[in-house]
Design a protein around this ligand. Structure first.
Ligand code: UDP
Ligand code: MG
Length: 210
């Protein structure tokens, strides 16, 4: 089995990470792991010892200790790799890593296990993010889709996550997309990026064909 190829998907709350990932799953059959969704699942799992801590972080817009998030991601990734007998080896990791603790934890735990290719950075003005989330709050049922929690999430994003994006930018791994556009437009753009950066380049044939 080759190493799983990873595309991290980052951007503010409401930037459209989940929507873009859904588009890529449909069009390219990538596996989508949302760190937030995995945490919400763990929170409601009967017998979880982390449920309360996770809920506290989610409502406060702070970040769950990386040991928890990283383990959930690794388990989910391994399950998909095993179930697909290694066929499914391209992963979108949505909403992670969000701070230095996340980045260090991932680097430590996943060292050598994954091929971290790119960071898809969905850049969207916070006013647009805010109006999207307030619209979503009518139906999402999420305990953090309200204006107080949202302000805290924006603060965490500005203070912690942006630095992680800059870290990856220095490594030449960031692919930045304007995600204030329609979902179809954003979808086409991210699709082109993924085709280019997540597909293995064919070795050019040495002997010329005639
Ligand atoms: N969260 C976290 N670590 C992660 C991802 C999410 O602690 O790696 C928590 C954090 O409290 C965050 C919340 O889960 O505010 C919701 O994350 P999600 O990615 O679902 O929100 P989005 O950014 O998509 O609106
Ligand atoms: Mg999301």
């Amino acid at each position: 089995m080759g190493k799983p190829k990873v595309c991290f998907v980052l951007g503010g709350p409401g930037a459209g990470k989940g929507t873009a990932c859904e588009f890529l799953v449909k069009k390219h059959g990538l596996a989508h792991l949302s760190a937030g969704d995995l945490l919400r699942e763990e929170r409601k799992r009967a017998g979880s010892q982390f449920g309360e801590l996770i809920e506290e972080c989610i409502v406060q817009g702070t970040i769950v200790p990386v040991e928890i998030t990283c383990q959930l991601l690794e388990n989910a990734m391994n399950k998909i790799m095993v179930d697909s007998k290694g066929e499914q080896d391209k992963f979108l990791i949505d909403g992670f890593p969000r701070n230095v603790d996340n980045l260090q934890g991932w680097t430590k735990q996943m060292d050598g296990k994954t091929d971290d290719r790119i960071v898809l950075y969905l850049n969207c003005p916070l006013e647009v993010c805010e109006s999207r989330i307030m619209e979503r709050s009518k139906t999402s049922g999420r305990s953090d889709d309200n204006i107080e929690a949202l302000r805290k999430r924006f603060k965490t994003y500005e203070e912690s996550t942006k630095g992680i994006i800059e870290h990856y930018r220095d490594l030449g791994k960031v692919r930045e997309v304007d995600s204030s556009l329609t979902k179809e437009e954003v979808g086409e753009t991210v699709s082109r990026i993924v085709e280019q950066d997540l597909t293995d380049v064919q070795q050019p044939s040495v002997s010329g064909d005639h």
